[in-house]
Design a protein around this ligand. Sequence first.
Ligand SMILES: [Ca+2]
Ligand SMILES: [Ca+2]
Length: 187
Amino acid sequence: MSVINKRLLGAGLLALVALVSQPVEAAPILGGQLIYTGGNVTVESLPVSSGFVSELGLYDDTTFTRLVYLMNDEPAGVTVTFNPSAYGISVGDELLFGIRVVNTGIHYFMGPASRNPDNVFHAAVDNLGGGTFVVGFEDLFGGGDRDYDDNRFRFTGAVAAAPEPATLSLLALGLLPLARRRFGRSQ
Ligand SMILES: [Ca+2]
Ligand SMILES: [Ca+2]
């Protein structure tokens, strides 16, 4: 491996470390997902920005049926603590939260846009660090103004960020050519 390639690979690895160890000040991630780490999860309703009322629920990540109703989005400052394992969630499973907009009856989910009836992202995850996550939802079909603050909930406790597929694939794209070059030259 040339010195330059070694430097590039080193830079790539440093970037990887920086990305993995520095989620705290990142912008909210559209389509972000949460995973269960075992124990209780606490959720608190934060101030809303919407004319609609929505219900927050925990959903099954394969059938997208609601496992439990947790709370309405209003008023702010309401706290609910629950144990996801009581609803069949295992450690390492996705904690799939969604909303049911009471005014329209439509359910929207965290994670990929393809889960939603309009094929649009409906939730953004803000990793505040220290195991605290704020999830903001968009409550209009088609995404509306896409401000992702129509209702917001703060999660703490047995919850962690799922690896971000977009970040991982970008890293893979960046590092793969270096690896190819390295092995190509050694022959
Ligand atoms: Ca909105
Ligand atoms: Ca709004």
